[in-house]
Design a protein around this ligand. Sequence first.
Ligand code: AR6
Length: 170
Amino acid sequence: MTAIKIIQGDITKASVDAIVNAANSRMLGGGGVDGAIHSAAGPKLLEACKKVKPENGIRCPTGEARITEAGNLKAKYVIHTVGPRYNIDKDPENLLSSAYKNSFDLALSHGCESIAFPAISCGVFGYPPQEAAQISLSICKRPEYEALIKYFYLFRDDMVNIWENALESL
Ligand code: AR6
């Protein structure tokens, strides 16, 4: 059985090997969970992000992921991924799936045993949370990711309910 834990709370407090950041493609910080992760991790995280080579200012295209050290966080790594902007990017479902898959693949290739996700794209990027929950959880249940313990850190009660209901109905 795949271990999936749904937690209400701040992802910066997660005791896991890798924390996933819902970043933007420049990877230099931002608002929402990105801002919270950078302020908890301190300036070392921004320095690590700057070392990721940009192409035309883009360090991480939408749907891809990049891994850095985690500064002052308890986690070993931050995995920065960029989810789709729901009403702007084409094929948001495929891009959101890729964001999760690429995050998992980086975690596994770096020897992680546990990973914590926020609700990627469900804030300013406007992804409907019910749909995002189903996509994220169906990827979590793939056999290739079975070895990882997966946490979702969700800020609000209603988001926790949405993820719990989606998990039951899968
Ligand atoms: N812990 C867990 N979840 C959180 C936290 C936290 N500390 N803070 C916010 N959330 P968003 P996006 C929730 O907007 O939609 C940034 O500016 C929040 O309530 O952070 O992928 C980036 O730089 C919501 O449910 O990410 C990008 O430009 C979820 O995290 C852009 O926002 C995601 O909301 C990315 O937008």
